[in-house]
Write a protein that binds this ligand. Structure first.
Ligand code: HEM
Length: 310
């Protein structure tokens, strides 16, 4: 019998000399192997100015990077960056404040009513992000947050690219003006975009799978398709690649959602197949989805005390 590594396909590579070099990995064991190889790192282990041109071009129109202020979202920082630990700790502390029963009931009632996506996004953004601002986030910000780029191919469409940059700037300016002194504006701004672009879709997925365990739903439908790393050493990862990576140039895309679906392992939904540097929102997300599922089921079965829409 073949073991999983022998039977699995090798990573894909798109290499155009002097232009770009991208390795795409979707086999769960290959993702784990590359992540723990010591030969790849978080993007911002290199100065922004020395990153591949297309990385700078694309990411400046996403929620992960602010080119004007040279800020990157926390997971893009290597653990060795002195800002990493305190930034993660701050986000964890804020997320650990949790949510209230009214939050679950409010979202359940909007889902039952089939409320517009914009209305659902506006409410869910408050549940997750009000805590950082101490007040409601205005609809103009949640609406613009859907426009930052989510796919590399979108960077090739000029109006989408321009809209992505504009949206990112609007969110960053709002965060700079409204967050308490000392809070990392990109770390928080990112979370508005994440809720609008990923969590709202996840709420609908949950509603369509009320009978399944929450972990199973979100391994089959992981909201984050992929994460990115950069080569820091020249390596072929024990023969996985036909030619070695170039440090500072080869970018590695780890397709974690595919890995989550293949393995049913929730640590691919929130990380790269281990607890190491897992998403600080994982526990909140799973607990909230469990509570919401319970609320929606109660409503479906007509149990007394459920929330009635309309
Ligand atoms: C559906 C919602 C979300 C999903 C599926 C998700 C998924 C992920 C994934 C896959 C990573 C790993 C990134 C990497 O290895 O490069 C990550 C990291 C992280 N996420 Fe989330 N995320 C979500 C929402 C959020 C929210 C709302 C917050 C903050 C309130 C957050 C904060 C973080 C932080 C701080 C990290 C970095 C952890 C570290 O590197 O130590 N995430 N998330």
């Amino acid at each position: 019998m073949l073991n999983s590594t022998e039977s699995s396909s090798k990573p894909n590579r798109i290499k155009i000399p002097f232009l770009l070099d991208i390795v795409i990995v979707s086999e769960p064991e290959q993702i784990r192997k590359i992540e723990t190889s010591g030969d790849v790192e978080r993007l911002h282990s290199y100065e922004t100015s020395s990153l591949p041109w297309w990385v700078k071009f694309y990411f400046s129109a996403t929620k992960f990077h602010d080119a004007d202020r040279d800020l990157w979202f926390c997971p893009f920082e290597p653990t060795s960056n002195p800002t990493y630990e305190p930034r993660r700790a701050y986000l964890q502390q804020q997320v650990d404040i949790g949510y209230g029963e009214e939050d679950v009931k409010k979202i359940a009632s909007l889902l039952k009513e089939d409320a517009d996506e914009e209305v659902l996004a506006q409410e869910m953004v408050q549940v997750v992000n009000r805590r950082f601002f101490g007040k409601e986030i205005p609809p103009s910000i949640t609406q613009t947050a859907k426009n930052t780029l989510q796919k590399l191919s979108e960077a090739l469409v000029p109006w989408k690219y321009t809209q992505g940059k504009k949206s990112q700037k609007q969110i960053m300016d709002y965060c700079a003006q409204n967050l308490p002194e000392g809070v990392h504006i990109l770390d928080v701004g990112h979370n508005i975009g994440e809720v609008v672009q990923a969590t709202v879709g996840a709420l609908k997925t949950l509603k369509n799978h009320l009978e399944k365990p929450v972990e199973e739903i979100f391994t089959s439908n992981a909201p984050t398709p992929q994460v990115i790393r950069i080569a820091v050493n020249s390596s072929d990862f024990d023969g996985l690649l036909s030619s070695p990576t170039s440090p500072g140039k080869t970018v590695i895309i780890l397709k974690i959602a595919e890995a989550a679906a293949k393995t049913n392992d929730i640590s691919f939904t929130f990380s790269t197949g281990s607890e190491e540097r897992a998403c600080v929102f994982q526990e909140f997300f799973l607990q909230f989805m469990n509570d919401l599922q319970g609320e929606l089921k109660k409503a479906e079965s007509g149990e007394p005390g459920h929330i009635k829409s309309g």
